[in-house]
Write a protein that binds this ligand. Structure first.
Ligand code: SF4
Length: 701
């Protein structure tokens, strides 16, 4: 048994990336505390991070041994690792031989460590010969990825948490960091407490804790974000609070932007988005006269049928005011998962290649193929998350390997996901917990090591790479994901997977970054262990990391200029409330739960905040439907039904209801699942599903 008394590591929940010191006692029990020396959290932890040790110490739900079934009519039974991986390799070889490489796919997770993400991508894109590998980050970040790429030339978050203390105006758009990124929000709160002139504006259809703390709440109608941000842009142009010199020297496309935002008056915009002209003007004037302007956003913008366009409209506000590459200024997308950023760096999506290379670019494909010593990377576009499940349902995709994610709760349109998994010829689930609803559909279950049971690296929202040390052994026969994937690859007969540890995989990956814009080729495990965390790029031996990008205003686009992208659609018109489904449903997170509750759901003190899912409904809507506080209501969309209790509030807009996304079938019953109601409707640019705009009816049950 390894017995490190104190292990410096990183929280495995959200993308804030708080440092944790884990202690292991003589009975192998873990306790956690915030790392006082960590630059992100300086010793603080939120309720989820503070209770992380309960998840580790309670192994009652852990998958301990490989389990397999020979056919769907047989129960799964315990098998050896050899039998499990031989079968997996046998099935994958047969399917690829019979139906071609695009008949198989991998669905991975923003909770995977960077080494795991890298090796899964190398395996699938380099050696299985398909680009069918996507991640649950598709469900939260892909609209921001596309918008950053199209605006700055690469998927690069320009600023750092340290910019917060240098800014005086914050626009929090479609995010509730008070609950979903709590330690980051504490930093904002402290900054405002010390500097009462700091202004926080929150744009959200719900009056969240973040909005309550802010100075101005722009309670917009769901789906009208672009109208609002364009109206703010118009006011900035009209009042002259724009940076003409920056626009001229460093951007392209301003005239088209100007044309679009000037085409709608503030009064018209106000009518459409439900925010008063006064609030639009005040917001624009605060931004225009600020010394430092930071926008922060999350799922309210990204998870939409027009998510990428929403991102453009917000990024454009930073461009017209020239607020990029300067201290205390910039657009900051908040990542929901601990390593969504690391996954993006190693090409962890169907549309990406490692080190920010493009799958659609034949030169990039050949460079990556040469690096891995294979003839070519397939030019066929890979299936995105929802496309993968569509293809399983239609029979085009025969086998799926699911790692560290629970699509049977988190994907939209769950009846479809159930059908897809039932129709698959072979489903592998590689995970830590039997609490994942998806395990029920697995033909092969592979036990993975969890947090603190393996080593590797992660990158947080501000491009900060941290090393996570192994502190304890895994229970049963669970193994680190990289070992499982490398053993499978060797059984497939592939060269290039003879790594003896995670560090060797990391070394291979970082050598690939040399000379690129995300160069970390001089950042090795020794430096991460002895010197702490670093923000990429780290392009020289003694380089200490890069807190801010684009300080020289040289962007990564072909012209070197940042680009104003013009939304093609300014309002989410994918559905319209009607007499049958008159309300708009938005889904999201609650403070103390994480994703599909496979970890946080087993910690009793995290269930005290919300013990069960409730629908938030405006009191006028409730009055009309004769619904009282605590009543059970039936929510229906064209897609399905949910039955939960109701919480009557003034915090949502009239006509809007909110339901948490965490609950799955296994924990209660399948009528608690918010994604019974949502549709497989995606943004055409980012393929990110829309979880924020589903028309529903709500009736007393
Ligand atoms: Fe963990 Fe995020 Fe909470 Fe920090 S803010 S402790 S990273 S869940």
């Amino acid at each position: 048994m390894i017995n490190h008394p104190k292990i410096k590591t990183t929280c495995s929940y959200c993308g804030v990336g708080c440092g944790i010191i884990a202690s292991v006692d003589s009975k192998n029990k873990v306790t956690v505390q915030g790392d006082p020396d960590h630059p992100v959290n300086k010793g603080m932890l939120c309720s989820k991070g503070m209770n992380l040790h309960y998840v580790v110490n309670d192994t009652s739900d852990r998958i301990l041994y490989p389990e397999m079934r020979w056919s769907r009519s047989h129960p799964r039974e315990r098998v050896s690792w050899d039998d499990a991986l031989d079968r997996a390799a046998g099935v994958f070889k047969t399917l690829i031989q019979k139906h071609g490489p695009d008949s198989v796919g991998f669905y991975v997770s923003g909770q995977c460590l960077t080494e795991e993400y890298y090796i899964a991508n190398k395996l699938v894109k380099g050696f299985l010969g398909t680009n069918n590998i996507d991640t649950n980050s598709r469900l939260c970040m892909s609209s921001a990825v596309v918008a950053y790429k199209k605006t700055f030339g690469e998927d690069s978050v320009p600023i750092s948490y340290d910019d917060i203390e240098q800014a005086d105006v914050f626009l929090i758009a479609g995010a509730n960091p008070a609950w979903c990124h709590p330690i980051l929000f504490r930093r904002l709160e402290k900054h405002k407490e010390k500097n009462p002139n700091v202004k926080i504006i929150v744009a959200d259809p719900r009056k969240t804790d973040s909005a309550n703390f802010g100075d101005i709440h722009l309670q917009l109608i769901p789906g009208t974000d672009i109208i609002l941000y364009n109206a703010i842009g118009r006011r900035l142009i009209e009042t002259g609070f724009i940076d003409k010199s920056f626009i001229e020297k460093n951007t392209e496309g301003f005239l088209k932007y100007r044309q679009q935002v000037m085409s709608m008056s503030l009064r018209e915009a106000s009518k459409l988005c439900g925010v008063s002209v006064e609030d639009i003007k005040t917001t624009a004037d605060l931004i225009g006269t600020s010394n430092g302007f930071i926008s922060m956003w999350a799922m309210g913008l990204n998870q939409s049928a027009i998510g990428t366009d929403k991102n453009y409209s917000l990024l454009n506000l930073s461009l017209i005011t020239g607020r990029i590459g300067k201290p205390g200024n910039g657009p900051f997308s908040l990542t929901g998962q601990p390593n969504a950023m690391g996954g993006r760096e190693v090409g962890g999506m169907a549309s990406l290649l490692a080190v920010h290379k493009e799958l659609s670019n034949p030169i990039h494909r050949q460079e990556v193929a040469n690096f891995w010593g294979v003839d070519q990377i397939s030019p066929n576009p890979g299936l995105s998350a929802t496309e993968m499940f569509d293809a399983l349902e239609s029979g085009k995709l025969k086998a799926v390997w699911i790692i560290c994610t629970n699509p049977l709760v988190s994907l939209p349109n769950l009846k479809k996901v159930e059908k897809a998994l039932a129709n698959a010829k072979f489903v592998v689930v590689q995970d830590i917990s039997h609490r994942s609803d998806t395990v029920e559909y697995a033909d092969l279950v592979l036990p993975a090591a969890g947090w603190l049971e393996k080593e590797g690296t992660m990158t947080n929202s501000e491009r900060r790479i941290s090393y996570l040390e192994k502190g304890i052994d895994s229970p049963g026969e669970a193994k680190p994901d990289v070992e499982i994937l490398c053993e499978f690859a060797r059984r497939m007969g592939f060269r290039g997977f003879n790594f003896s540890n995670a560090e060797e995989i990391y070394e291979e990956y970082v050598s690939m970054t040399r000379g690129t814009s995300i160069d970390i080729s001089f950042l090795n495990y020794d430096r991460l262990k002895s010197e702490g965390t670093f923000q990429w790029p780290v392009p020289e031996y003694r380089h200490t990391g890069t807190p801010r990008l684009f300080s020289d205003h040289k962007f990564l686009t072909p012209s070197g200029k940042a680009i104003f992208n013009i939304p093609t659609q300014v309002i989410n018109s994918s559905e319209k409330p009607n007499s049958e489904y008159p309300m708009i449903l938005t889904t999201g997170r609650i403070r103390d739960q994480w994703h599909t509750m496979t970890k946080t759901g087993k910690v009793s003190r995290l269930r005290t905040h919300y013990s069960h899912p409730v629908l938030e409904m405006h009191l006028v809507d409730a009055y009309v439907e004769k619904i009282k506080e605590g009543d059970v209501v039936e929510i229906k969309s064209k897609n399905g039904t949910v039955r939960v209790r109701v919480k009557i509030t003034k915090n949502v807009r009239e006509g809007v209801v909110f339901l948490p996304m965490h609950w799955g079938k296994q924990l209660q019953n399948d009528l608690n699942r918010a994604n019974n109601l949502t549709f497989t409707r995606v943004d055409p640019q980012s393929k990110e599903p829309d979880f924020k705009y589903t028309t529903v009816s709500v009736k007393k049950y």
